[in-house]
Design a protein around this ligand. Sequence first.
Ligand SMILES: Cc1cc2nc3c(=O)[nH]c(=O)nc-3n(C[C@H](O)[C@H](O)[C@H](O)COP(=O)(O)O)c2cc1C
Length: 391
Amino acid sequence: MSRLDSCFNIADLRDVAQRRLPKGVFDYIDKGTEDMIALSGNRRAFDEIKLLNKTLVDISDVKLDATVLGKHAALPMAIAPTGTAGLTWYEGEFELAKAAAKAGVPFTLATGSNTPMEKLANEAGGRLWFQLYMWREKNLSDDLVKRAARNGFEALIWTVDIGHGANREHNLRNGFATPYVLNTRSVLDMLAHPGWLAGVMGRYMMNGGMPKHVNYPPGYQTKITGNVVEQKKTHGVAARRADKVGWDDVDRLRDLFPGKLIIKGIVRPDDAQKAIEHGVDAIVVSNHGGRNMDSAPPTISLLPQVVKAVDGKMEVIVDSGIRRGSDIVKCRALGASAVLTGRATLFGTAAGGEAGALKAIDFLKDEMKRTMAYVGAQRVEEIAEDCIWRG
Ligand SMILES: Cc1cc2nc3c(=O)[nH]c(=O)nc-3n(C[C@H](O)[C@H](O)[C@H](O)COP(=O)(O)O)c2cc1C
C-alpha cells in the first residue's frame, strides 16, 4: 500500500507530511503564530457550526460546479498562495498547480514561491492567479504585477494582512527561517529525513542549486539556505515589504493590472465597502490561517457581517481553517462565493506531489458532495443559510 493509499482525509495527509518533512519545514506549514490561538480558533469556529439534515428531497444528482470570479470552477474553491511550497516537494508549486488544473480549480502562485511564474504559465495549465506582497520600492512590485499580466495570470491577489511580519516563535526554535539557516539543528533535522533531503533538496542541487525565491526582484533573490550573515542581510526581504500603504495603492494596482483584482486579508465591513468603491473584484476574508495576528477572530464568524456589508456588489471569498468539504458548505451557506485552501492542499503536496494534492482536492470534493446531499442541496446555488442550525 502506498503512503497515499493509506490516507482517507486531510488529517491523514498531514500525518504523512509530518513524517516526510524536516520538523522545521513541517512546523512552518502546520503551525500558526505565538500561542496558536487564532489557529485553533479557526477550527473551533467551524466545528461549532452545525448543519440541518433536509430529508425526503431528490439528491440523486448533486453537482459541485460553481462560478468563481466569473468563470466556471469544478467546485467553489481555489488554491491559496503558500510561499515556499517548493520546500514541501521539488517545485511544489508546480505540482500543486498541475493538480489544481486537473481538478478544475484556480491556483494562486505566491510572491514567495520557488518556481518561476513563467514555468507555471507555460506548463501548468488551468486558471492561474498571482499573489503580491508589495515592496517598499513600489516600482519593483509594479514590475512584478506587469510580469504577471504579461504571463496571462487571470487575477492578482494583493495580501494586506501582514503588518510588521509574524511572530512565529517555533521557526526560531527550530532554526528555520526563509532564507533557511544552516545550523546544527536544521542540518540534523534534514539528515533525519533522507527521503526529503534526496527528493527535494537533492533535486534542486542537481538542477541549478539551492531553491530561491525566484519571483522576487533580482536584487532580493536569495537561496533558501544561507548563513546567518546572509540571512541577516536578506531578512531585509520581510523588512522590504511596504508598511506605508493605502487605498491609493489599490487604485494603482487597479490601473496597472488588466485582470481581476482581489484583496486578501479584509475582515472589516467598512474595509469591504471601501474595496467596492475602489473597483476591487473580490476580497478574501482571511486571517492568514492564524499565522499572523494571534488575536484575530475566526474568519467564518466574521463572514456574515462582511457579506451583509458587501450586499452582492463584489465576490466574497473566505479562507482559514478549511479541512473538510463540510466546511466549504458552511462557507457557502454563510454567503461566501468560494473558499481558498492553504494547508489542506499543501499537506497533500507534501505527502505526494501532484498526486497528493489531487487526493486532497478529491477528499474535499467527496465530503462536500456528501454534505450537500445531507442538507438537501443538489446545486451549490441551493446551499442556503437555512441549513445552519441556530439552536
Ligand atoms: C506555508 C504557508 C505559507 C503561506 N504563504 C502565504 C503567502 O506567501 N502569501 C499569502 O497571502 N498567504 C500565505 N499563506 C496563507 C494562505 O494563503 C491562507 O490564507 C491560509 O493558509 C488559509 O488557512 P488554512 O491553511 O487553514 O487553509 C500561507 C499559508 C501557509 C500554510
